[in-house]
Design a protein around this ligand. Structure first.
Ligand SMILES: O=C(O)CC[C@@H](O)C(=O)O
Ligand SMILES: [Zn+2]
Length: 498
């Protein structure tokens, strides 16, 4: 069993960074200004002892890996307050970090030093829903699950779903271009988001809240904010197109002997399930062991396998979809692609099977620590990165069964349908020797295998030094120029990937 050790050995991606002297230090007069602009209850002042405790959850990411030292959290209630705050910060050279539900995994939503945190948690209005077009318009601080429940009552769903749905904000999803569990079916936010409202660092409001599916009028600027990670401005409102709620959702869970079998099963699922396929998730046995250890739930299969997959269908005719899924499972078992499998019989079984996939990140958070790598790699090499990483750590004498070794295990799971693997290196304790062995080695490996160093989690602070593995000099130069255009003083989420 892993020990829970202090995370102080972790540098949390902050290595070699120094506070930028161009930014002003927070003064009492600034706090007074914000109190007069927002009202005292929406200004959390961490300059007092009591206040600093209140700020802990804002200063730290949920893994406890990235920690900043902000002394002020501002919680605006509407777009005009965001505009007022940003204009003031810009005029006074105060650096800011926008924060949604703070569920990110790359340190993008927490301060690095003393940046002011602008939390969108008070901006939670559902502004509009059009039943005919399916277009939903919300404030950025609406929690993803809240939006989804609201839509469910209106026979629609949010086109994004992820494990952190109970606390992540829609604005954070947009800013990080979150991918999630059903991208395979509903596509990325670049396709679903129709418009955004954002505030630039100088306070200017960009109102591009179009509810139109087609709007072919030159540069589509909203795309810069989708995945912009709060470096260009703050997204305050979003309109996006939401699909009708499927009447029937079926799930199968099965075990396979090798990754080659996983690839064959995916190919068969696409061909046999066609338009009702809504998710195809892959998990290795180590990731399932961590869920089992954390929950003690009864495993879905009595037999043990090296790989497991979860396949979901979403359609309109329950029996038809169930038969299709069962037919698929029969076929892959007859062909020897799948060794053993089950199909959920009711909604509670659907949920229980999903838990074995959705619960992995939470289960891993109970270990000593995890180095997380969210990679896009073409299917043929997708799982090879786990094996290669394991071999690299063994060769460096860092991975072993006893406490003498910092690394406990290397595992992989993820969105097979999207060529997205979550490589997790579970450690008994964070250590620079492990990180130095892994980085930039993993990113070079990914580049050599035509992958991307971030599939869906973004770059944040964690991948700041490695952007060059996925963007060439021409693209980096253009990105730098875009940043300068939107944020000439560099106050927006500084120290992060750009
Ligand atoms: O913890 C991770 O590495 C992945 C988290 C999330 O993207 C998931 O797919 O569960
Ligand atoms: Zn994921």
């Amino acid at each position: 069993m892993a020990h829970r050790l202090a995370h102080t050995a972790s540098t949390g991606g902050k290595r070699h960074l120094e506070r930028d002297a161009r930014f002003a230090r927070l003064r009492a007069e600034h706090i007074d200004y914000f109190r007069s602009a927002l009202g005292s209850s929406d200004v959390l002042d961490g300059t007092t002892l009591e206040g600093s405790l209140e700020l802990t959850g804002f200063n730290e990411d949920w893994m406890g890996r990235y920690k900043g030292n902000s002394q002020l959290v501002l919680r605006p209630r509407d777009t005009s307050q965001v505009s007022q705050i940003l204009a003031y910060c810009n005029d006074n050279n105060l650096a800011v970090v926008p924060q949604g539900g703070n569920t990110g995994l790359v340190g993008g939503s927490v301060p690095v030093f003393d940046e002011i945190i602008i939390s969108l948690s008070n901006m939670k209005r559902i502004r509009d829903f059009n039943q005919v077009s399916g277009v939903l318009t919300v404030d950025a601080g609406v929690v993803l699950e809240t939006a989804d429940l609201y839509l469910a009552e209106r026979q629609h769903i949010f086109p994004l779903d992820l494990g952190a749905k109970g606390s992540c904000h829609v604005g954070g999803n947009i800013s990080t271009n979150a991918g999630g569990l059903r991208l395979l079916r509903y596509g990325s936010l670049h396709g679903n988001v129709l418009g955004i409202e954002a505030v630039l660092p100088n306070g200017t409001v960009v109102n591009d809240l179009s509810g139109l599916r087609k709007n072919n009028t030159g540069y589509d600027l909203k795309h810069l904010f989708i995945g912009g990670e709060g470096t260009l401005g703050i997204v305050t409102g979003v309109s996006l197109v939401c699909p009708p709620k499927p009447k029937a959702v079926n799930v199968a869970f099965f075990g396979l002997p090798t990754y080659d079998h996983v690839q064959s099963a995916f190919q068969e699922a696409k061909l046999r399930l066609g338009e009702v396929l809504s998710a195809f998730e892959m998990m290795d046995s180590h990731s399932q062991d961590y869920v089992h250890r954390a929950t003690q739930f009864k495993r879905p299969l009595e037999t043990q396998h090296d790989f497991y997959c979860l396949v979901e269908t979403s359609g309109s005719i329950a029996n038809h979809d169930y038969e299709k899924l069962e037919g698929f499972l029969d076929h892959v078992m007859t062909e020897g692609i799948v060794s053993d499998g089950v199909v959920a019989q009711d909604v509670s079984q659907v949920k229980a099977l999903w838990h074995w996939r959705e619960g992995i990140a939470e289960a891993l958070s109970k270990a000593g620590g995890t180095y997380k790598y969210d990679l896009s790699i073409p299917h043929k090499d997708l799982y090879q990165v786990v094996k290669a990483t394991e071999a690299e750590l063994v060769a460096s004498n860092l991975l072993g069964a006893t406490d003498d070794f910092p690394v406990e295990s290397v595992l992989g799971y993820g969105h097979m349908g999207d060529m997205n693997i979550h490589l997790n290196v579970v450690v008994r304790r964070y250590s620079d020797s492990v990180q130095n062995c892994l980085e930039p080695w993993i990113y070079a490996w990914t580049q050599q295998h035509n992958g991307s160093i971030s599939a869906e989690h973004g770059l944040g602070l964690a991948k700041k030094p490695y952007v060059g593995y996925s963007k060439d000099a021409v693209m980096l130069d253009l990105m730098t120029q875009v940043k300068k255009l939107f944020d000439p003083k560099g106050i927006m989420n500084p120290y992060k990937f750009i």
